[in-house]
Design a protein around this ligand. Sequence first.
Ligand code: DQA
Length: 141
Amino acid sequence: MQKILIINGPNLNLLGKREPSVYGNQDFDSFFNQLKTEFSEIELSYFQSNVEGEIINKLHEVGFSYDGIILNAGAYTHTSIAIADAIRGITTPVVEVHISNVFVREEYRHHSYLSEVCKGVIVGFGLDSYRLALESFLIDN
Ligand code: DQA
């Protein structure tokens, strides 16, 4: 069984309450339970933090043993060389995910420090972005 961790960064704990016109109405815990049922062939876990260093620590912790990481680093996507370096330093492939289409939003969301060190990027499909990222690990194996 593949082991895959979903990491959500800052403010994503507010999903369902936060800017629903951009991020939808569903909270992540209920969505994650759906994912676990739909992808029962994957050993799926979930981590969320609003703290950059905690995201880096988690990448280090799982990044040599897990089969895949799905990372929505929230606004750290656009600012964090440190998270990019953490991804560079581990061996587990990371797929970058965004709920919204960052390219039709403010210009400061158009650049990601993470994309160049990720296996791929999925952007703009709402919470389905996470589903598509999970699918990407299935087609590879
Ligand atoms: C986001 C897009 C980021 O620009 C933003 O800061 C987020 C969420 C997304 O999933 O669409 O927090 O990563």
